[in-house]
Write a protein that binds this ligand. Structure first.
Ligand SMILES: [Zn+2]
Ligand SMILES: [Zn+2]
Length: 376
């Protein structure tokens, strides 16, 4: 009966500062009640929150945010989904964590009762956004369907928490979830095994993490592609372990992959560019029976050479988020320092300067890769 004292943080106040979304591209810093954790939940005192490309989508256009069944505008909604912090309060029955534990979070707590959640694919929960009124199925996706991390506090389900090693900075810890997306695409969804070859198209944060994760899982060779504009990011890709980098402004990308693989093509493409012809290019980079994981997407529908996919038995699949506890596997690789994740973090701003942080990320000012809002 000598359980450790689970004293709730006396510093957790009644009210907090939080950014809320008004209309499109309209963020306001307001004073808001600190949320209280329910059963199987904790209150997290946020330490740092990274800006993600998807935040820019949510803030400007709305989807994939879905708040109370509709667009997230003018609903007192706080965006931000890539955050870390310290456990400040425990909900009823929580003994998995203690107050004071440093944690990073994954975004999705599925409903736990639908077919996909039962398979571990809770990022594809059938009850996405069903968390209100008489349609409350318990689904949460912080920063998308429930309040997120551009605030001093947020509530998280215990399933979404992963411990942060002592020697990992707050900024680096916000990147665990980014690595989680890459690992989910490669290991569980992709079935990547050691010795297989991978092309990562597009050196954004998930792409660069994809390079690091692929190398950590034993892939060889790992090829990273990008444009002239991405020169700095391609250099970072080499530090993440890319065996080859290809500047597609200089060399046609399919020809480059065929040169590197001596005409065989690769087992696997992780598509992180969203370029209109990326899927067709990927289909010509993989060998027969190869796999293409789509992480990024173009904004308009694009023509696809379906006959080539069919006749070559090519597998194509989209990925949403980081299911099957991928965040825990990502945290394990990062704790073992298998790739220099901290190199992705380029800029920090305080909570008061969230709009500036977002502008740095959106416009890639000073070659920004990951811009982090640091709370304290
Ligand atoms: Zn994100
Ligand atoms: Zn579900």
């Amino acid at each position: 009966m000598n359980a450790p004292a689970r004293v709730n943080d006396p510093r957790a106040p009644e009210r907090m500062k939080a950014w809320v979304l008004g209309g499109p591209d309209e963020l306001r810093l307001v004073d808001k009640p600190v949320p209280r954790p329910g059963a199987a939940e904790v209150l997290v005192r946020i330490g740092a929150t990274a800006v993600c490309g998807t935040d820019l989508e949510v803030i400007s256009h709305g989807p994939p945010a879905l708040v109370q069944g509709g667009l997230p505008f003018n609903k007192n909604f706080t965006p931000g989904h890539e955050y870390m912090g310290t456990v400040a309060q425990l909900g009823p029955g929580v003994d998995e964590f203690d107050v004071g534990d440093r944690v990073a979070v994954e975004i999705h707590a599925g409903c736990g009762r639908c077919e996909r959640c039962r398979e571990g694919m809770y990022t594809a929960c059938v009850n996405y956004g069903m968390n209100y009124g008489d349609r409350d199925k318990g689904h949460r996706a912080n920063g998308f369907t429930t309040d997120g991390g551009f605030a001093e506090y947020a509530v998280n389900h215990v399933n979404t928490l992963v411990r942060v090693p002592r020697d990992m900075s707050d900024e680096e810890a916000t990147l665990i979830v980014t690595a989680g997306t890459a690992i989910y695409g490669l290991d569980v969804l992709g079935g990547l095994i050691a010795g297989q070859s991978v092309v990562v198209t597009g050196p954004g944060p998930v792409g660069l993490m994809g390079v690091g994760v692929a190398k950590a899982l034993g892939a060889s060779p790992v090829v990273l592609t990008g444009t002239e504009r991405d020169r700095k990011r391609l250099e970072v890709g080499r530090k993440f372990g890319a065996d080859e980098v290809v500047d597609v402004s200089r060399e046609e990308v399919v020809a480059a992959v065929m040169r590197i693989t001596r005409g065989k093509g690769v087992h696997y493409v992780l598509e992180c560019s969203g370029a209109p012809n990326a899927l067709n290019d990927a289909a010509h980079m993989v060998s027969r029976g190869g796999r293409i994981c789509l992480v990024a997407f173009p904004h308009a529908p694009v023509p696809v050479d379906v006959a080539h996919l069919v006749s070559n038995n090519i597998y194509v699949f989209g990925i949403r988020g980081e299911g099957r506890s991928a965040t825990r596997r990502a945290a394990a690789l990062m704790a073992q320092k298998r790739f220099p994740a901290q190199l992705l973090h380029t800029h920090s701003f305080p909570l008061e300067e969230v709009p500036t942080a977002i502008r740095y990320a959106a416009e890639r000012i000073e070659d920004a890769i990951k811009v982090v809002v640091k709370m304290h």
